[in-house]
Design a protein around this ligand. Structure first.
Ligand code: SAM
Length: 359
């Protein structure tokens, strides 16, 4: 993609595809992959030992860099806690724990190209020859026609995953012809430790807020993290934040006990998008969703919550959580899968609701 000045706050990217010449576009919607591993027997675990077992964290940064080349993104920065390594990428984030990796990439990245090399790395370097579970998901892209071939239709992504996993199961929640969310996972009972993931995918976001996440606004990434209230969403985190040139913002936050949250912002008016993701356990996420949407003030957003039986959020997935003011929940679906419950909701701002003036 080339950069040009469209005369707004933010320089945006020109699509080089001749059919769409002159159009400005960046796909903020991320592809999200999470894989949990284990050795098939304790003796097959290799690599340096962490807590008596091999760990994905022993894999060298140079190996991750090579792996990410397949995806068309690179590492910008990293932070480390006692339980997790968080990498900020040119297109989103990667979190590596002892036996789980989360890879989240946006734009035109080819995330699925990383899966096979990743399984190889985990096996060769850590002795992880057992795949405990896999989750691959994304919201419908704003412009699927601009994605690389495999990613234009979920069926094709599923077909690629099915070449690697025997018992894959693919679902779609929401309206197939409007806003929806696709997920591929393994049809098995497996992860026994408490596990939950909340995602908030915000669209058509308040432009006054979005204009702050540009170089021309004049604040640094860490000043923005503080001023906008991102720092206070879940306090006490190790933060890694990044402001792109000329606009765009990404941050990873490492919390105690293997918890994290991550935020990515595509501020361009024509296709603004903000994502929030966390694995903090809760029996209600209303306050958290309200805090996040109060900061960004989207006109609509999707919330997905996935939690397994051991999680305090398991039951919440099957019932309605309270309202998120001032939004209307215009769609809601709850699913019972083998080991996980799953909740999908679409919220929209009523036309009469005024935006809160930004401080
Ligand atoms: C912050 S990144 C991550 C996007 C994220 N997935 C989201 O939720 O929007 C994307 C934003 O940064 C901007 N950007 C600037 N330089 C970029 C680069 N080298 N790679 C990716 N994005 C870049 C894009 O135009 C876009 O606004």
């Amino acid at each position: 993609m080339k950069n040009i000045e469209p005369g707004s706050h933010c320089t945006i990217s020109v699509v080089e595809d001749p059919l769409h010449e002159g159009e400005y576009f960046f796909e903020g919607t991320e592809k999200l992959l999470e894989i949990w591993f284990s050795p098939s027997s304790p003796s097959s675990a290799s690599g340096s030992v962490q807590g008596g077992r091999a760990s994905l964290r022993d894999i060298n940064r140079s190996e991750w860099e090579l792996l990410l080349k397949n995806v068309n993104c690179e590492i910008l920065s990293s932070r480390h806690s006692t339980t997790m390594d968080a990498y900020l990428l040119s297109e989103s984030s990667m979190f590596v724990s002892k036996d789980r990796i989360i890879l989240k990439t946006c734009g035109k990245t080819t995330l699925l190209e990383a899966v096979k090399p990743l399984l190889g790395l985990a096996k060769e370097q850590c002795g992880f020859d057992n795949i405990v579970d896999v989750f691959y998901s994304h919201k419908n892209y704003l412009r699927p026609d601009l994605q690389p071939e495999t990613y234009r239709h979920f069926d094709q992504e599923v077909a690629m995953l099915d070449t690697l996993f025997e018992d894959g199961a693919a679902y779609v929640l929401g309206k197939l012809n409007k806003d929806c969310w696709y997920i591929y996972t393994l049809d098995r009972f497996n992860i026994t430790e408490p596990d939950q993931t909340l995602e908030i995918m915000m669209m058509d976001v308040n432009q006054d807020v979005m204009n702050m996440f540009t170089q021309s606004y004049g604040l640094t990434a860490s000043q923005l993290t503080e001023k906008t209230g991102i720092l206070d969403i879940l306090p006490g985190a190790i933060i890694d934040d990044w402001l792109f040139e000329p606009c765009g913002y990404s941050m990873n936050a490492l919390l105690p006990n293997g918890r994290y949250f991550t935020i990515h912002i595509t501020p361009e008016d024509e296709f603004s998008y903000v994502s929030f993701e966390t694995n903090v356990p809760r029996d209600s996420y209303n306050d958290l969703i309200t805090k996040v949407t109060d900061i960004f003030q989207p006109n609509k957003f999707i919330v997905t919550l996935m939690a397994n039986e051991a999680s305090p959020a398991y039951k919440l997935c099957l019932k309605m959580d309270g309202p998120v003011k001032p939004f209307r929940r215009t769609e809601h679906q709850a699913c019972e899968m083998k080991n996980y419950n799953l909740n999908y909701a679409l919220y929209e701002r009523p036309p009469t609701s005024k935006l809160i003036p930004y401080k």
